[in-house]
Design a protein around this ligand. Structure first.
Ligand code: PLP
Length: 299
């Protein structure tokens, strides 16, 4: 079986140069690859609108600051580069990523290495769920592999250091289910692989606070909940809470709101995507084309 990689269609910008993503390559000596010295952020373009660009750029700069990587572009410059990359890609539904690495490894202290900065736009990717996810719902495993504790690597830093997530996904594939919710080292729920998680109980929303990435979709769910007059809170949650929730869902830029209908072979709620999840998902996609939250980049 031959598979096409995700970048056969799309446009990239690397250290000042635009090129088609199929021609975009990185040196084998890039420290982002060799040493995991990288940060990134992922955005979505939906029906030609780029969602929450500034919130994503702010988080990208915060991640870079946390690893002492000074980006050689202002936020304004990078904003223009992202918009131009999306326009050149011409994709009305796109997955857009900004990536910065410490650059080419050298025999001098790392902070002297010129960073590699790139932006690319490719056809929209569903990291969790899928176009039919709202109908189907996801079957989930709580894997043996845990999320990285904050003592090892702060999950607020958005980095590709994700081998634990990859191993957890292999466990899910072996178990014949769709996705995972990772526990911390003490047994509390953290997040999915590239997605935050919410559960609904008695009409209220709950999501873990610590040991997770501060997701922009999660923040958006809080905003939508306020608009829908639903209460949402951070909480310490265990697998028991997920098994006994009325509804549960993942949320991420790459997949939106993806209902969870089964966890560790226990049905969640009535085993179908729930009404609160559906209302939030509906509003979430509406907001993608709302000038309060999104920027029109393609007609
Ligand atoms: N948690 C992790 C580990 C992620 O990698 C992501 C997104 O890639 C998320 C949560 C969701 O974040 P956002 O809603 O900002 O896409």
């Amino acid at each position: 079986m031959t598979t096409e990689h995700v970048g056969v269609q799309g446009m990239a910008w690397i250290n000042g140069e635009f090129l088609p993503t199929r021609d975009a390559t990185l040196s084998i000596f890039d420290s982002g690859f060799l040493m995991g010295a990288n940060v990134f952020d992922t955005m979505a373009v939906w029906k030609g609108w780029l969602f929450k660009l500034d919130a994503h750029l702010d988080r990208f700069y915060r991640s870079a600051h946390a690893i002492r990587l000074e980006l050689p572009y202002t936020k304004d410059q990078l904003r223009q580069i992202v918009v131009e990359t999306v326009r050149r890609a011409g994709l009305r539904e796109a997955y857009v990523q900004c990536v910065a690495t410490r650059g080419l490894r050298a025999n001098t202290p790392p902070e002297t290495w010129p960073p590699t900065v790139m932006v690319y736009a490719i056809p929209y990717l569903w990291a969790v769920g899928g176009p039919d996810g709202l109908e189907r719902g996801m079957r989930v495993l709580i894997p043996r592999t845990r999320n990285l504790p904050v003592e090892v690597l702060d999950p607020k830093i958005k980095t590709f250091n994700r081998l634990n997530g990859y191993l957890a996904k292999l466990e899910a594939i072996d178990a014949g289910v769709d996705e995972v919710v990772l526990l911390d080292t003490r047994g509390f729920l953290t997040e999915g692989r590239g997605a935050n998680v919410f559960l609904v109980r008695s009409g209220m929303l709950y999501t873990p606070s610590e040991d997770v990435l501060w997701g922009i979709t999660r923040e958006t769910v809080f905003e939508i909940a306020a608009e829908l007059r639903l209460r949402a809170e951070y909480a310490w949650l265990t697998p028991y809470d997920l098994y006994n929730a009325d509804e549960a869902f993942f949320c991420t830029t790459a997949g939106g709101i993806a209902p969870i209908v089964e966890v560790d072979r226990r049905q969640v709620g009535d085993g179908r995507p729930g009404p609160i999840t559906r209302r939030i998902a509906e509003r979430y996609w509406e907001w993608h084309c709302d000038p309060r939250y999104a920027l029109r980049v393609l007609e």
